[in-house]
Ligand binder design. Structure first.
Ligand code: FAD
Ligand code: N01
Length: 544
């Protein structure tokens, strides 16, 4: 597309067409009448659910929570087929949303944003795409997602490997046939746990390369029939209220303060009950102090280890699958469906990289310290460069050419996770230092988009055209986020929450751990106080 007027002068440019970008487009275009363009790298809508098509992919928050709440009609028009929907169903849902609200005409697909520069004189963002276009807009809204930049570690010799390689987050649309193959899979996080049972059923031989074992809990999935859907639809208003008022955006009705305050038998019974219910019940619905207190946490960790040992036949393999060196729940709780039993199959071998580290790839496969694994294919379930990866890839430059990557060299600095000093009129949906992934994401997204839209609306009504956080307010938010994180056990484990999965990334907590309701109150206070934590101005008040 040529560089012309048609591409300039948008009120808002949004990057990304997943849950966040789709809702932001609807909110800003249809409810506020702004001119909006969405730029999306993929060929269609869906974000995470467009890219992660690997077998076994599904949500870990109940489908009826893991969907939009902004439209009654939408809620009533969609029925979920399972408690935890599979990727194709979630993608169909997002496509349905795009159709229902006629979103696609304002989304430019197959286009990546590769540069964004703040023009102080024009008070506009100048955005470049990988198709050579230039677009401009008064506001830039990043909806690039927390988990959209792949992490494929820099394994020595990878380019010499002659077999096929696959990354779960870029899975081919027509699937992969592993029948008859010797397959290796690297990674045992939430993704690895979902795909491994499927690979085991297809491959001739599966080698699971595990560096860190996982405290997985059962998924507890079941189908939802028409009757169940009718009951859910009738309850949506109440359910949404319960979501908003709960710590993680998913209501649990029996979350008790302390695992240590009850007799052992009662605690065990509660853990068993949570285990049977599945989902995040054990993690975020049993006892609060397992998130804060090491002794309380150990009771849950011991419980999970006992469940693993009971399900894996070979005691050595079971022990290798039992996490020992980090507290329960300090990485995102992966949910599994037959994962541990997979290791009872004859065609599955668990390779303990702690005992024998992965040395390098060679043409025929993977060499560890003690042997060579000959492999026809390797699947990388190695996660993401969370939060900052996709933001930095856009080469965002703010005031005086300041690069976002430089401004955040020692870790992200934001106000409420949605804005950052030095980058006027840039808003980030579910950015670092917001609850984001530790709240039910569609609720996090709706919250942030609404807050950003309200702020843009307020700017217009006040005749203002420039906004950025004040230094002091931002410093206070960064300090508060860090302080809250250190009241929990979360920083004691290595994980993408801390950025520690990426070599060289600053080790700071990327998520606000004070819970959704507290965060939302901070945001409401900021708006009610006339956005006092922000510097705002209008062009007419700025010297030429
Ligand atoms: P995304 O869905 O990641 O969309 C971002 C979009 O931005 C992508 O389409 C990407 O192509 C595009 N983009 C990025 N950079 C550029 C660029 N430079 N130019 C143009 N386009 C760009 N959360 C939950 O709460 N519950 C769950 O059950 C759950 N399951 C998950 C399962 C998987 C496999 C993964 C990876 C994450 C899951 N999450 C879950 C977290 C997930 O990130 C959110 O739930 C949600 O999908 C995020 O939506 P989003 O629109 O913010 O970002
Ligand atoms: O990524 P991860 P993920 N050598 O970072 C290993 C969401 N999600 O894609 O722990 C060897 O958690 C790494 O090992 P270690 C959810 O929020 C949800 O699985 O670093 N191994 C780890 O085992 C989730 O938390 C669902 O020692 C290496 C794995 O790769 C988030 O996405 C499904 C390695 C990466 O685990 C990310 O999950 C999927 C190396 N060099 C995703 N580098 C649902 O269920 C990395 N690993 C909804």
């Amino acid at each position: 597309m040529p560089e012309d007027q048609e591409n300039g002068g948008f009120d808002v440019l949004i990057v990304g067409a997943g849950f966040a970008g789709l809702y932001a487009l609807h909110r800003l275009r249809d409810q506020m009448g702004l001119s909006v363009r969405v730029i999306e790298r993929a060929a269609d809508v869906g974000g995470v659910w467009y890219w992660n098509r690997y077998p076994g992919a599904r949500c870990d928050i109940d489908s009826y929570h893991y969907c939009y709440s902004f439209s009654d009609e939408l809620e009533q028009s969609w029925s979920w087929s399972e408690r935890f929907a599979r990727q194709p169903e979630i993608l169909r849902y997002l496509e349905h949303v795009a159709d229902r609200f006629a979103l696609r005409p304002d989304i430019q697909f197959n286009t990546a944003v590769v540069g964004a520069d703040w023009d102080e004189t024009a008070r506009e963002w100048r955005v470049r795409t990988d198709r050579g276009e230039r677009l401009s807009a008064r506001y830039l809204v990043s909806a690039v997602g927390c988990l959209s930049e792949a992490n494929i570690p820099d394994f020595e010799g990878l380019n010499e490997y002659a077999g096929r390689t696959w990354f779960t987050g870029r899975w081919p649309h027509d699937g992969v046939d592993f029948r008859g193959q010797r397959v290796g899979v690297i990674g045992t996080g939430a993704t690895g746990l979902q795909i491994i049972p499927h690979l085991a059923r297809q491959a001739a031989q599966l080698y699971v390369f595990q560096r860190t074992p996982t405290y997985a809990a059962p998924l507890g999935n079941y189908p939802l029939d028409e009757q169940a859907n009718s009951a859910l639809k009738a309850d949506y208003p109440g359910m949404r209220q319960r979501e908003w008022s709960s710590f993680a955006g998913v209501p649990f009705d029996n979350w008790q303060p302390s695992a240590l305050a009850v007799p052992e038998a009662e605690r065990e019974a509660r853990y068993q009950q949570a285990w049977q219910k599945g989902g995040f019940e054990l993690w975020l619905g049993s006892y609060m102090d397992i998130l804060f207190d090491e002794t309380a946490n150990r009771t849950a960790a011991d419980f999970v280890r006992r469940q693993i040992r009971a399900r894996v036949n070979d005691p050595d393999v079971a022990e290798t699958l039992c996490p020992q060196d980090y507290p329960y729940g300090t990485k995102r709780q992966p949910l599994e469906d037959g994962y541990f039993e997979t290791y009872n199959r004859d065609n599955v071998t668990l390779v303990d990289l702690r005992r024998s580290p992965l040395r390098r790839f060679v043409a025929s496969g993977i060499r560890t310290d003690d042997r060579l694994y000959v492999l026809d294919a390797v699947v990388f379930a190695t996660g993401f460069d969370a939060f900052t990866g996709s933001l930095f890839r856009m080469d965002i430059r703010g005031r005086d050419g300041l690069r976002l990557e430089d401004a955040w060299a020692e870790g992200p600095r934001t106000l409420l996770g949605m804005a950052t000093r030095g980058f006027p009129n840039l808003f980030i949906v579910t950015g670092p230092q917001s609850p984001s992934v530790l709240f039910n994401m569609p609720r996090s997204i709706e919250h942030d988009v609404d807050w950003i839209a309200d702020c843009i609306g307020w700017m217009g009504r006040q005749g203002l055209d420039r906004i950025e956080p004040r230094e002091q307010a931002q410093t206070e938010w960064v300090r508060h986020t860090d302080e809250v994180a250190h009241q929990t056990l979360m920083p004691t484990a290595d994980s993408w929450y801390l950025g520690s999965n990426i070599p060289g990334k600053p080790r700071v907590c990327l998520v606000y751990l004070g819970g959704g309701p507290a965060f939302h109150q901070h945001c409401r206070d900021q708006a009610a106080g006339g956005y006092a934590g922000f510097e705002t101005s209008a062009r007419r008040t700025t010297p030429a």
